[in-house]
Ligand binder design. Structure first.
Ligand SMILES: *Cc1c(COP(=O)(O)O)cnc(C)c1O
Length: 474
């Protein structure tokens, strides 16, 4: 028997220990690896973190409370958490060339909340409002929220519209940002599918937002952050960029100059688990002026920091500083462009006609199906994607007319441009074979034997690219 490597021993032993308490949890963890290994994952927001990142999270750092900041904690005995947090921040600053880094946010949404609060705290003088003194915040009506915002100086936010690829936290209803701010959206030019900067400027001049938010979850192009900063300066807005999706492309040096948000934005938020390939989490990078407000994130809007996750963030940032990560980031885009090419040459319509980043947005309308039908038909055929609205989507945000695919995860596995062309073929075949069920936007018809055949082809395609090749669970 060959000797087991360190990763296999580590994960096997960890699972044995977990199994001794609750076998179903150990089994679910092991099964997740099997399932991920067999799945053709094109979810643009997911990735595979390294064993070092994963292992940094499974330990007693998790036992520590550490509210506050490095050297200024509300709890005693934080000397090791201080090391973890400062090393993570040091790597984040060096990786992104940012003056300040706050690595506590538990997720991307939390990072945005920290940023919004910091921006408001920096800009707003707080009035005393007796009327709201004894009210429960969840009971406030929309009109009362409007009154509150008015009293606080009518805070306005200009963010990307949802159907153009914006995120719920950019001032939309289901998120608190939609209550903190009066929101107006900017979108894309219908002819090009790309951000209409002239319209954005006009809108900013008229609306006079306190915050302009750049960044997206489903926009397939580069964004000119230098131009957006110019607009923000013209109207006296704080320019925030949410690079949750493309942080890996910034870290890997794919987005430089006008397209790198760091030198242009006052404040930048991110997740750490998408293209950046770290643990689930968030971070805020900012100019020094905003740092004192950002540092109040916990306990202002965040629960106690997760020291074990900050440890894993430090590992991920350190990994992303290596030259291999730049190669990885370039390959993500090369793969995304190859996938786009493969789809285009088979006649699939793409929003904006292509991609500059890690994601491609398919318009499935010409196939006579909704995004929802396409998503499930692809899933039945072993291809994991998600449905997404497209600009001016006739099917709305639930059924949609789009499918979003991204390459960070498959690129981590080692797939290249040749495989992307094969994947484009599989996707095209499935979509072409799917028809809507009579009168339904969700149900559809797809020959099960075709779905089965595509599924097998997807598995064969993955076979030469084992996921976590160093991990053998036996
Ligand atoms: C994914 C995403 C988030 C939210 O990240 P979570 O970690 O899920 O909270 C925020 N903003 C954008 C633009 C995103 O794409």
């Amino acid at each position: 028997m060959p000797e087991l490597n360190a990763e296999s021993i580590a994960f096997r032993s960890a699972l044995d220990v977990v199994r001794s308490v609750e076998p179903r949890i150990a089994d679910a963890i092991a099964q997740e690896l099997t399932d991920q290994r067999e799945s053709l994952k094109l979810i643009a927001s997911e990735n595979y973190a390294s064993p070092a990142v994963l292992l940094a999270m499974g330990n007693w750092l998790s036992d520590k409370y550490a509210e506050g900041t490095v050297g200024r904690r509300f709890y005693a005995g934080c000397q090791n958490v201080d090391i973890v947090e400062s090393v993570a921040a040091e790597h984040a600053k060096a990786l992104f060339g940012a003056p300040y880094a706050y690595v506590q946010p538990h997720s991307g949404i939390d990072a945005n909340l920290v940023a919004y609060w910091a921006i408001l705290a920096d800009r707003v003088e707080v009035p005393y409002l007796k009327k709201f003194e004894k009210r429960q915040i969840n009971d406030l009506t929309d009109a009362e929220w409007a009154e509150l915002r008015q009293a606080f100086g009518n805070q306005r936010l200009l963010g990307m519209s949802l159907d153009a690829g914006g995120h719920l936290t950019h001032g939309f209803r289901p998120n608190i940002s939609g209550k903190m701010f009066d929101q107006r959206s900017y979108g894309v030019d219908p002819a090009t599918g790309q951000i209409d900067y002239a319209a954005l400027r006009e809108s900013a001049k008229e609306f006079k937002p306190a915050v302009i938010v750049g960044g997206y979850s489903a926009y397939p192009r580069k964004v000119n952050f230098a131009k957006m900063r110019e607009i923000a300066d013209e109207v006296g807005a704080t320019f925030m960029v949410d690079m949750a999706h493309f942080a890996g492309l910034v870290a890997g040096g794919v987005f430089t100059g006008d397209y790198n948000p760091i030198p242009h934005a006052h404040i930048v938020t991110t997740t750490t688990h998408k293209s950046l390939r770290g643990p689930r989490g968030g971070a805020v990078l900012c100019q020094p002026e905003l740092a004192p407000q950002v540092d109040r994130g916990c306990p202002m809007v965040l629960g106690g920091p997760l020291p074990h996750v900050m440890a894993a963030k430090a590992i991920a940032f350190a990994e992303a500083r290596r030259p291999e990560f730049a190669t990885y980031a370039q390959q993500i885009v090369a793969n995304s462009q190859a996938l786009a090419e493969g789809l285009l040459k088979r006649g699939v319509q793409l929003v904006s006609g292509g991609t500059d980043n890690h994601l491609v947005l398919l318009d499935v309308h010409p196939f006579g199906i909704t995004g929802r039908q396409a998503e499930q038909a692809l899933l039945d055929s072993g291809i994991v994607t998600n449905r997404n609205a497209i600009p001016n989507d006739p099917n709305g945000a639930w059924y949609t007319s789009g499918i979003r695919v991204g390459t960070p995860a498959l690129t981590s596995r080692g797939l290249g441009v040749a495989e992307m062309d094969q994947i484009a073929d599989l996707i095209h075949t499935v979509l072409g074979a799917t028809t809507p069920a009579e009168g339904s936007k969700a149900k559809f018809n797809l020959d099960p034997s075709l779905a089965d055949r595509i599924s097998k082809q997807a598995t064969e395609l993955l076979a030469p690219f084992p996921l976590y090749p160093s991990v053998d669970l036996g």
